[in-house]
Every structure is written in C-alpha cells, then in structure tokens.
Design a protein around this ligand. Structure first.
Ligand SMILES: *Cc1c(COP(=O)(O)O)cnc(C)c1O
Length: 242
C-alpha cells in the first residue's frame, strides 16, 4: 500500500501537470497560478503530511482555521468560506488572505478591526456572478456602481487584491467557463475605473473545474477533493463498537 506522503505527492504532481497543460493552452506561465490546498475535510495527519510538500492552505471555517494555523505557522493560511462579522477578528488573526469578503458590512468591519489591532490582511471580494439565490457575494453591478466607495476601504493594512467566485455545480467544466470569463471581465472593468491599487488576483476554480478557470485567467485555484483522493479515513465505526 502507498504511504500517505506518496499519495499526496502523486496527487500534487498530477494537479500541477494539469495546471501546466492548461497554462500552455492559454499562453500563461504556471508561475502565475497559485494552488491553495483546501484542507477543510482533511484529517489532521493528512494536513501535517501535506505541509511537508506544500505551503499554502485554505480553510472554510474560521474556527478550524484558528485551531490549525498555530500548529503549522509556516504554512500560509487562507480563509475561503463564509465569514460572519463576529468571527472577523479570528479570521484576521489567523489568515493572511481572506477570499470570501461578501458584503460591504463585512469589509467595513475588517477595516475597523485592522485599524484597532494594526494587523495586516489581504482581501478578495467574493462575487456572485451566476446570480444564484443560494450563493453569497457582491453582484457584479453592485461593485461596478459603488467601486470608488468600496475601493476606499483599501489601505496600507487592508490590501484589496482581487476577486473570487464559485461557479454553480454542473456536469462539465465547459458550462462554468462563462462564469470565469465574466469574473475576469469584471476585474478589467473595475481596474479601468482606477479607484484603488490594481486588482491582480482572480480566485476561481475547484477540483471539478480548475482547468477552465486557469484558461480564463485564475491566479488562485482552490483544490480540496482531488488532492486527497485515494486516502482512507480512519474507520470510526469499528472503534466505536469495541
Ligand atoms: C471546499 C471548497 C473548495 C474546494 O472544493 P473541492 O471540490 O474539494 O476541490 C473550494 N472553494 C471553496 C470556497 C470551498 O468551500
């Protein structure tokens, strides 16, 4: 049986090859695409083993981020999941990048907290490109109409560096491609307004659709399940019986 480090190394190298091929198809450099390893469903020993091979992790819950980050402080931790305002302090303390800033109120709260604590943070604004009611995030129009006010929240402590989106679940990544292209177009239009420093990051693409996202300009891809494929969870049903 393959060891845990072997499985992780094989999965990582498969993903990196797929990123490289997608970059070649779209005339991009693979150096411009950062893999955020999403550890939200990963067992702790998987996370530790992965930290020997990769240094950028994403968690979706602030509490799990706060539990794990201090134990692996050399990893760069990103928060990718929904953030309630009352957890903003935790997120700022433990994350270097928050991908999921989905409202003006949350942005205000983060801005206020960094002013009090002198912490620094990099933020991405989550955009609900598809307009699904179940998804959170700014609407593209909301950002376009209010960009000077929103961009004014960037400071030397709060760096508004880009946009993030989640594509709707679909059968093929080709169906999600227009969502990624639309996020990139929105980035261009906001940068053309020129209100804050340039938005350079596009966080888009997960296990099922990251190649299309890379071809459409993703600079951060968030991958969980493909990375941990083939690993067995401890069988809790047996230990419970004994
Ligand atoms: C879980 C999650 C991912 C990773 O999804 P996989 O399909 O496991 O690759 C990416 N982004 C967000 C916001 C997530 O919550």
């Amino acid at each position: 049986m393959d060891s845990l480090p072997d499985v992780l190394q094989r999965n990582l190298s498969t993903i990196r090859q797929r990123i490289e091929r997608a970059c070649r198809r779209s005339n991009r450099s693979a150096d411009d695409v950062t893999l955020v390893a999403v550890t939200k469903y990963a067992e702790w020993d998987w996370v530790c083993a992965l930290s020997e091979q990769h240094a950028i992790f994403g968690e979706s819950r602030p509490q799990q981020l706060a539990d794990r980050q201090p134990q692996l402080p050399r990893v760069q931790w990103h928060l990718i999941g929904q953030l309630q305002r009352n957890k903003a302090r935790t997120a700022i303390r433990h994350a270097q990048v928050i991908h999921s800033v989905d409202s003006l109120k949350l942005l205000q709260r983060i801005h206020q907290l960094t002013a009090e604590t002198e912490d620094r943070i990099e933020l991405l604004l989550q955009v609900n490109v598809s307009g699904e009611a179940s998804k959170s995030g700014f609407s593209p129009q909301e950002l376009l109409d209010n960009w000077p006010q929103i961009a004014a929240f960037s400071s030397d402590r709060v760096r508004l560096s880009g946009l993030m989106t989640m594509a709707p679940k679909s059968e093929s990544s080709e169906e999600t491609r227009p969502i990624f292209a639309a996020l990139r177009q929105l980035q261009r239009e906001l940068n053309d307004q020129g209100a804050c420093g340039e938005l350079t990051e596009l966080s888009m693409g997960m296990s099922r659709d990251f190649e299309a996202a890379v071809e459409e300009g993703a600079t951060l891809i968030r991958i969980g399940s493909s990375l941990f494929e083939g690993l067995q969870r401890p069988d809790t049903s047996i230990t419970e019986k004994t």
